[in-house]
Design a binder for this molecule. Structure first.
Ligand code: 3NM
Length: 205
């Protein structure tokens, strides 16, 4: 997969009065390399509509597009890849369906990271680094210690996630993360573009 530094995930609850596509386009203009559609409440038809719109947007800007959970929707809109949690379809089965598309896996402990790597994940999520209210059933924060472990033992790309804000991202970078993902800090910002630019400024050093 194309390398990346800043990964944005949709979170429409954080911008109730703004359009999804408008917000994600601002994030793209701010420099995000990957957009993920994550939506735990919409039905399939609504999800398909959003996925089509985001596919069009990301194509226009040559940005990677990932769909969370829904392999059928990812295939239907020809997304670049899917992102799966620990409770989703196991990676080898998902691989049979998506072929060469990107598969990302959420991991919360080194054992899960090593398994995902050995099964051929294209990247892993590493989190939640800090406490987050964005993911309902999330495990306790893994802290920057887990980031440090992954940086030491895992060779595939990893992206740190969970409660990451402009005011704590330095700690995550110091622990060895070179790729960052945020939901609320990006899409809930009154200046989405400026927030992305600020994250990227910190990731450059
Ligand atoms: N996955 P925010 S934490 C979607 O640890 C997601 O796997 C996580 O949202 C994981 O940036 C998380 O608003 C939510 O804290 C991240």
């Amino acid at each position: 997969m194309k390398d990346f530094r800043l990964y944005a995930i949709t979170g429409e609850q954080f911008h109730p009065n703004r359009d999804l596509i408008e917000v994600m386009e601002e994030a793209i203009l701010g420099g995000v390399d990957i957009v993920q559609l994550r939506d735990k409440t919409s039905g399939k038809q609504e999800l398909l509509r959003k996925a089509r719109a985001l596919r069009e947007l990301t194509r226009k800007h040559d940005v990677t597009f990932i769909v969370n959970d829904h392999i059928d929707i990812a295939m239907e809109v020809d997304a670049d890849g899917i992102h799966l949690g620990q409770g989703d379809l196991p990676l080898p089965e998902a691989r049979k369906i998506v072929g060469g598309k990107i598969i990302g896996i959420s991991t919360h402990a080194l054992q899960e990271a090593l398994l995902a790597e050995s099964q051929g994940a294209d990247y892993i999520g590493v989190g939640p680094v800090f406490r987050t209210a964005t993911k309902a059933d999330v495990v306790d924060p893994v802290s920057v210690r887990y980031v440090r472990e992954v940086a030491q033992f895992i060779k595939i790309p990893f992206v740190a996630i969970g409660g990451i804000k402009l005011n704590n991202v330095d700690e995550v970078i110091d622990a060895g993360a070179t790729r960052i993902c945020a939901v609320s800090e990006i899409v809930g910002s009154s200046d989405v573009r400026g927030t992305c630019e600020a994250f990227l400024g910190k990731l450059k050093r």
